[in-house]
Design a protein around this ligand. Sequence first.
Ligand code: PMP
Length: 392
Amino acid sequence: RFATLTRQPDDPLLRIIGQHAADPRTNKIDLGVGVFRDEEGRTPVMTAVKAAEARLLTEQPSKSYLGPEGDIGFVRALATLVLGDAVAAERVVGLQTPGGTGALRLAAELLARSGVERIWIGSPSWANHAPLFRQAGVEPAMIPCFDLNTQSFDLDGFLTGLGEAGAGDAVLLHGCCHNPIGIDPDAAGWHAIASRVAERGLLPVVDLAYQGLGDGFDVDAQGARTILAAVPEALLAYSCDKNFGLYRERTGALFAVTPDRDSGATVFSNLLALARANWSMPPDHGAAIVRIILEDESLTAEWREELETMRQRLESLRAALAAGGRIGTIDLAAVAHGKGMFATLPLSPTQVEWLRDRHAIYMAGSGRINIAGFNMAAVQTFHEALRDMVAK
Ligand code: PMP
């Protein structure tokens, strides 16, 4: 049987991690992997998370099974935090998932089960979006809608692309801090997208994986809230892996907005059945930590402050990067339009390779950089490397 399989390519980002680790040059810069880093290049455990873990260690009464819905206290606390009052509580159901990826996978399977055949995705998008939906039986349809030279989102192009969508199709939207581009619609853009989605009868799937790392915690949820408030049915895949620094703990949730309580119960029963057949129950630890933090005012305040420090670090690194101005044909100043961890620079694969070989600067072949991979000195090194590149 296995002889029928064909060899799959390595994950290119994992290859970059390996190459970076093996590079003996001490001035090497890693802009590849999408994790937050501090000025020293570390990805520390947040202090509020450590405090919640300590509490969990002494106070957790049992490790007996929960259920396919996971930690319901976590799901409730998160729903309040993320949705605000955008949708009436009786129209929302939710369950814990293994990370944002698990939430997206469950969303995709629910769509497939509901007869949705196609999902529209602005392109480029997170590299896992298209394969994830395709493997669940929902065909991705890409809408090219970013201009790397001007670092801008082409709202008209995106809306025109959605004009081709049929009623019953789904559309994927990055809630904030777009990965890999870093450019989000502005408030007016979100309203225009919400109207188009509603008038064409599309089912929006909002992927919110970086709340708090863009403009601020509440502002970052506004796009998602605008969309969810405009339609009878929607899905929201949420990840706590970046904004709580929980990455390997695989902490996330999927929320479904439904027309009424009764249809919500039906949707929820399907989500439980799908979760049961996939992973039975989600891993507990990360969600328990988030619940402990969100149910405690002082831990919540501590976490919010740490998150805000992370956000400000990204903002100041982005500003420092943008201060490089125009280098050859690359307008770094335009990077200031973006937010969050990522930007994608208009670099060719050959230029990306040259920067790696000549200057020990590692980034995805697409030109995507993780801004948190810089420190202030590395930004200057990067500017110099680009000047060297365009001078040759
Ligand atoms: N959506 C986007 C846009 C992401 O960038 C990521 C993580 N890279 C995820 C979802 C998945 O997050 P998680 O690690 O929680 O599965």
